[in-house]
Design a binder for this molecule. Structure first.
Ligand code: FES
Length: 201
């Protein structure tokens, strides 16, 4: 009986030692798989993958856009986890929000990144049809308002869709419509919260 108790106490004392040694070996492996984990945070391996998060959300009032085709440019900042001593990288993305027409006249919006999916220049909203025809090698039908890129003249139509959603390429070399920002409308407020994820294709 005495012997059993001694064995039991020895086992009890050994648990923290075994746990500590295991952590020492497991931790580098976990940090290899997920370098942003803390020194001994093995549980972090089960967490969601790192996602960009907004540095601050951008908001507008619906009344900021009194008529169809009213628009505003903005700069959206998001923080991306980085596997360095700094720990994050802040990315600034130029964006544009445009009020688009609807059949019943109620305000509707599109919110795009202005980074051109062709080679990354910043494109503009060009609501003057004559300017598009003269400067961008594309003659829009009457009433069509477009985004246009000054670098290689890609033109995007916010009212038409491609497989990626609104902003179809109607002229030029761009491979797809621009990336969209995710946003919600809450009463009179429009809250831009994040950029659509995904690759260029
Ligand atoms: S970068 Fe915009 S068309 Fe080439």
């Amino acid at each position: 009986m005495k012997f059993e108790r001694r064995e039991f106490i020895k086992t009890l004392l050994a648990i923290p030692v075994i746990g500590g040694i295991s952590a020492l070996f497991i931790s580098p492996f976990v940090r290899f798989l997920k370098p942003s984990s803390g020194p001994l945070a093995t549980a972090e391996i089960f967490k969601q993958p790192d996602k960009p998060s907004p540095v601050r959300e951008i908001s507008f009032g619906v009344s900021d856009f009194p008529e169809n085709w009213s628009f505003k440019y903005f700069m959206f900042q998001e923080s991306n986890r980085e596997y360095t001593s700094v720990g994050e990288q802040i990315k600034t993305i130029p964006g544009v929000i445009v009020r688009t027409p609807t059949s019943d006249g109620s305000p509707d919006f599109v919110v795009f990144s202005r980074v051109c999916p062709h080679l990354g220049c910043v494109f503009n909203f060009v609501p003057i049809e004559e300017e598009v025809a003269k400067g961008y090698n594309y003659a829009p039908p009457p009433g069509q308002k477009v985004f246009a890129c000054p670098c290689h003249l890609s033109v995007y139509d916010p009212m038409q869709t491609d497989t990626k959603g609104r902003g179809k390429v109607v002229s030029g070399p761009a491979p797809r419509s621009p990336f969209k920002f995710n946003f919600v409308r809450n009463g009179d407020r429009i809250l831009v919260s994040s950029l659509e994820s995904g690759g260029i294709s």
